[in-house]
Design a protein around this ligand. Structure first.
Ligand code: G3I
Length: 400
C-alpha cells in the first residue's frame, strides 16, 4: 500500500530534526519512534501494522501513517474491519484484537480456513506449535522456520496480528536442550542464540512474544527444568533481554496458566514482574492462558488482571478455552456460554487488557480431548465448525 500525504502537510507535522530513513530502512509501524520519512527515490510502504519500510519508488518523503503508540486498546492497527464478527466487535469496543491459535496441519482444511482467514472474526493468530523450540531449533544452531513462516505469512495475508509462541518453555524442547549438561555460560549462550535468532527472524511481523512460558509450578515455586536448574531465575531476564535486542518493537510477555485466580501462583508471577521492572529488565505484558473448566471460572480474575496492569503492564487472554465432560449436555453448553461471557467481560473491564485469543476456535482441533480423557467441547465452534452458545457469550461481552 502506497501512502499519499503531501509534502506540505508533512512539513507541518513532522519535526524538522528527524532524519529521513535510508532505502530499505524502517519508516513507521506501531512502536516505531524513528524517522517517518524516506530519502528521495524511495517511498514509505506499509508492510504490516508494525513495520513500514522505505522501498525504491517515486513518491519520496511520504510518511508512514501507522500509529506510533505500541500498546493500549486505543491503537488503530490493523485497519478495523466493520460489521459483525468477534474481532470487528472487539475493535469497536476498543480492544486491539480478538484472535485464535491455529496449527499448520489444520491449514489444508478449507472449511476451517474459511473461518480462520476472516479477519472480522479473528484479528490475531498464534501458532500452536510451529514456533516452539523443538520445531525451530531441533539441533543446536540449525534453525527451521518453515512452519512458523507459514503462519506468519497467513497473518500477513489476512491482515491479522501475530503472537510469537514461544522462546523459552520447559515443554516441547529438543533433547539436546532438555538433556544437555550445560555450564551456566553455555546455557546462557544457548538461550541468547535461540531467542535472538527466533525473534529476529520474525522482526517486524510479531505484535507480541511469549518470551517465557509457564515458569511456575501451581504452588508458586519455580518449575524445575533445565533453565532454572542451571541458571536459577536469571534465565528469564536472559531471554527477555535477547528478545528485546532482536525486535525492539515487539511486546514481550511472560505467559502462564492458573495465575487467573488470587493465590500462590499469581503472587509468584506478580513478584517476578515487579522484580524485573525494578531491575530494568524489558517486560511489557503478562499472558493469562485461561484454560478453564465449565462452571469454574475464577471469581477473582478481573482483580488479578488489575493487579498486573497497576504495575504498568498490559495483559492479554492468550489461550482461552473452557472444557467440559463430553458429550456436552445442553446445560453445560449454557453454562459455558455464561463462562465465556464472564471471561471476556473481565478483559473488557480492564483497559490495558489488549485482547483475547482462543486456543483454537473449534472443537475439531482442540488440544483438550487428547490431554484430559473424557473432556473437551471447549471451544466456541463445535466439531462441525458450527457456532455454539459460547460464541454468543463472547458477543454479549464484546457488545456490553
Ligand atoms: O509433531 C508430532 C508428530 O510428528 C506426530 O506424528 C504426532 C503424533 O501424536 O505428534 C506430534 O506432536 C504433537 C504436537 O502437539 C504437534 O501436533 C504432540 O504429540 C502433542 O503433544 C502436541 O500438543 C501440543 C501441546 O501444546 C504440547 O504441550 C498442542 O498441540 C498445543 O495446542 C499445546 O499448546 C499449549 C501451549 O503451547 C502452552 N499452554 C498450554 C497449551 C495447551 O497444552
Amino acid at each position: 500500500m502506497k501512502l499519499s500525504v503531501t509534502f506540505t502537510l508533512l512539513a507541518a507535522v513532522i519535526p524538522f530534526a528527524l532524519a529521513q530513513s535510508p532505502e530499505w530502512g524502517q519508516c513507521g509501524g506501531i512502536g516505531w519512534t524513528g524517522a517517518t520519512t524516506c530519502v528521495a527515490g524511495t517511498v514509505c510502504t506499509v508492510q504490516n501494522a508494525y513495520y513500514s519500510q522505505c522501498l525504491p519508488g517515486s513518491a519520496s518523503s511520504a510518511p508512514a501513517t501507522t500509529p506510533s503508540s505500541p500498546s493500549g486498546p486505543t491503537s488503530t492497527a490493523p485497519p478495523a474491519p466493520s460489521g459483525t464478527g468477534l474481532n470487528a466487535l472487539a475493535k469497536v469496543a476498543g480492544k486491539l484484537y480478538f484472535g485464535t491459535a491455529t496449527d499448520n496441519g489444520e491449514l489444508s482444511d478449507t472449511a476451517y480456513t474459511a473461518i480462520l482467514d476472516n479477519n472480522k472474526e479473528f484479528g490475531q493468530i498464534t501458532p500452536a506449535n510451529s514456533m516452539k523450540w523443538d520445531a525451530t531449533e531441533p539441533t543446536r544452531g540449525t534453525f527451521t522456520f518453515s512452519g512458523g513462516d507459514q503462519i506468519a505469512n497467513l497473518a500477513k495475508t489476512n491482515g491479522q496480528l501475530l503472537r510469537g509462541h514461544n522462546c523459552v518453555w520447559y515443554n516441547q524442547l529438543p533433547s539436546w536442550v532438555s538433556n544437555g549438561q550445560f555450564t551456566t555460560a553455555d546455557l546462557t549462550t544457548v538461550i541468547q542464540n535461540h531467542c535472538s535468532t527466533l525473534v529476529s527472524h520474525y522482526k517486524g511481523q510479531v505484535y507480541s512474544w511469549d518470551v517465557v512460558n509457564e515458569p511456575f509450578n501451581d504452588d508458586g515455586t519455580w518449575r524445575q527444568d533445565v533453565f532454572y536448574n542451571t541458571l536459577g531465575t536469571s534465565y528469564v531476564s536472559i531471554a527477555l533481554k535477547a528478545a528485546r535486542a532482536a525486535d525492539p518493537n515487539a511486546k514481550l510477555y511472560i505467559n502462564d496458566y492458573n495465575i487467573e485466580q488470587s493465590g500462590a501462583k499469581a503472587t509468584a508471577m506478580l513478584n517476578l514482574v515487579k522484580q524485573l521492572i525494578a531491575d530494568g529488565v524489558p517486560i511489557d505484558g503478562v499472558g493469562f492462558q485461561c484454560h478453564f473448566i465449565v462452571g469454574e471460572v475464577p471469581g477473582t480474575f478481573q482483580t488479578v488482571l488489575e493487579q498486573f496492569t497497576a504495575l504498568g503492564l498490559e495483559v492479554a487472554i492468550t489461550e482461552l478455552d473452557i472444557r467440559t465432560t463430553t458429550p456436552a449436555s445442553q446445560s453445560a453448553l449454557a453454562q459455558q456460554q455464561k463462562d465465556y461471557q464472564t471471561v471476556v467481560q473481565a478483559c473488557m473491564n480492564v483497559e490495558k487488557c489488549v485482547g483475547v485469543t482462543v486456543w483454537d476456535f473449534t472443537d475439531k482441533y482442540s488440544w483438550v480431548p487428547s490431554t484430559f480423557s473424557g473432556q473437551g467441547a471447549a471451544c466456541p465452534w463445535d466439531q462441525n465448525l458450527v457456532k455454539k452458545p459460547a460464541y454468543n457469550g463472547i458477543v454479549a461481552a464484546l457488545t456490553s
